[in-house]
Design a protein around this ligand. Sequence first.
Ligand code: DLL
Length: 434
Amino acid sequence: MRMWQPTLECMPLPQRRALQTQRLRDIVRRVYECVPFYRARLDAAGLRPDDIRSLDDLPRIPFTVKDDFRQNYPFGLLAVPRRDVVRLHASSGTTGRATVVGYTRADLEIWADVVARFLVMAGVSEDSVCQVAFGYGLFTGGFGLHYGIERIGALVVPAASGHTRRHIQLMKDFGSTHLICTPSYAVHIAETARDMGVDLQRDTRLRVACVGGEPWSEQMRLQLRALHGLEGFDNYGLSELIGPGVSGESPQCRGMHIAEDHFYPEIIDPVTGEPLPYGARGELVLTSLTRQAQPVLRYRTRDITALDPEPCPCGRTHVRMARVTGRSDDMLIIRGVNIFPTQIEHAFLEMQGTSPNYQIIVDRQGALDTLEVKIEVTETMLSDEMKNLHRMELELQKRLSEALSIHPKITLVEPGALPRSEGKALRVIDRRPK
Ligand code: DLL
């Protein structure tokens, strides 16, 4: 099986622990000396760099949160002089000031390698043609994937997000083998091909979608395969740590290998902040071990997952993280029941005739929260009689009530009725008064 950096990806545990420990000590010392924010944080916790001797000392370090990036906007978290920073990216900043991330030349080298790792897991080689349908710009998706593809020596088609019909033409003309985008955009692109009369299997060489940037369900993977002949591989990352490239999966893995030589993972209880053992679901906390421009200590990602250290059939030794169910701040609490949008997606996609285009509407009537799930049906389902649709609504109502322990209203809508995303999908509309 091909690997991008086999000696690093398959490093035996004792060796990896030694490397991580050394890197942790170095990074703590560096941020203490170079970033006033971290010096103040560590001082306030009564910690000196020498106090952090092993990975077991990590929980003594206070968390870094998104707001710390905002408070230090734009360059307050840099650990190198501004002139050593050669690239900036930033998150959208829809909820306040943007989160800015700086990279040195060395950071960009590492970034290309960690992205190359997960692309190789998904079968990318020099012979591949990778069509990037992520946005290029301040968002890390486009450029992050772009340079990983080039690092491997595959052919990159930087088509970017949007102009969906043109994507279909390009993939036919250029013989694209890999589509690189969010899972919701992969579905949209596949459906657009079908609407244009293009059968991806027959008329194109596209077989794989490397998707990331937002949560998706296992059922969605099965649908991509069954309806469009596309094998979907998950990859995960976030701007604050580097962008895409934190973890990814191969066909043999259950879960995504975290590039642990660069990002040290912990799982904590999102409410108490206490560390949780391997296997327990909780919030992922990441420490960057090698970032030069902007290292982060114990960043609270808000993403809910679990870690699995067991040996993986693919031979890589780095821990695997389970598919991200959602962000703790995306979790809906409806009449006291905690629900993630992916749970809803998983439950209804099991039923034939549903498509992965859906919208969740939460509202309040009197004192009671209400949940409505609008689901697009497939063309074949629509051509059936209306009474089948009604039966389907009732069946979905039953399944979702069982899966979620509350009774949602199900509204089936025609194919194409719901808005499409060209990046990260907006699944939830919460109309409850704040
Ligand atoms: O979305 C980086 C990225 C780009 C990853 C392209 C993969 C592919 P941000 O815009 O900072 O960075 O958003 C990061 O997106 O904290 C998760 O909540 C979510 N996310 C990213 N990948 C996944 C995934 C990029 N595979 C936030 N599954 C993260 C679930 C994901 N959620």
